[in-house]
Write a protein that binds this ligand. Structure first.
Ligand code: CA
Ligand code: CA
Length: 171
C-alpha cells in the first residue's frame, strides 16, 4: 500500500499542474472582449468586439497563429498570450505611438473605431469578418494550446500506471 500512496502523492500534484496549464492556455479566447472593454472604457471607441481576424490570419486561431500586422504591433508593445493585462498595456502603447500597421495613413485604433481593417490598406470592414464560429482560440488549431498538456498528462499517466503495475508485481 505504501507504493500506491507514493504514486498518488506523485500523480495528484502533476494532474493539478497540467489542469492549471490547460486552463491558462485558453486565456486568449477573452482577448476580443478585453480589447473591446479597454478601448470602450478608456478611449470611448470600438462599440463592438473585434473579430478574431484582427489578430489571426486565415481562420487559424490556435496558439502561435496571431500574426497579422496588428497582432505583431501589439506583441512588439508587450502583448503576451498568457497575460490578459498585457492587452491594456499594448493598446495604450498603440494609441501613444499612433501605430499604423498597414501603412494606409490611419492609425490602427482609429481604424477599429471606423470599422476598417487595420491589417489592410483596402477599404474593407473589420466587423464584417466574423471569423471562426467557435471564436478566437476555437478555430481549427484551437485545441493545440490545451492539447499538448493533455497529451503530456496522458503519457505521464500511462508511464506511472506501468510503473505501478511493475511495482505491484514485485511487491
Ligand atoms: Ca492603417
Ligand atoms: Ca486599413
Amino acid at each position: 500500500m505504501k507504493t500506491v500512496a507514493r504514486i498518488l502523492v506523485t500523480v495528484v500534484p502533476m494532474c493539478l499542474f497540467v489542469t492549471t496549464v490547460s486552463s491558462h492556455a485558453g486565456a486568449v479566447r477573452r482577448f476580443p472582449s478585453l480589447i473591446f472593454n479597454h478601448l470602450h472604457s478608456s478611449y470611448t471607441v470600438a462599440p463592438y468586439e473585434p473579430p478574431c481576424s484582427l489578430c489571426h490570419l486565415r481562420g487559424s486561431t490556435g496558439s502561435g497563429t496571431a500574426d497579422t500586422p496588428f497582432a505583431l504591433s501589439m506583441k512588439a508593445r508587450g502583448l503576451s498570450a498568457s497575460d490578459n493585462a498585457s492587452v491594456d498595456t499594448a493598446l495604450d502603447a498603440m494609441v501613444r505611438d499612433s501605430v499604423d500597421s498597414d501603412g494606409d495613413g490611419t492609425p490602427d485604433i482609429q481604424e477599429i473605431e471606423n470599422d476598417t481593417d487595420p491589417n489592410s490598406p483596402a477599404n474593407v470592414s473589420l466587423s464584417g469578418d466574423v471569423g471562426p464560429n467557435a471564436g478566437c482560440g476555437g478555430g481549427q488549431k484551437s485545441n493545440s494550446g490545451g492539447g499538448a498538456p493533455a497529451a503530456a498528462a496522458g503519457l505521464l499517466f500511462t508511464a506511472l500506471l506501468g510503473a505501478f503495475r511493475r511495482r505491484s508485481r514485485s511487491d
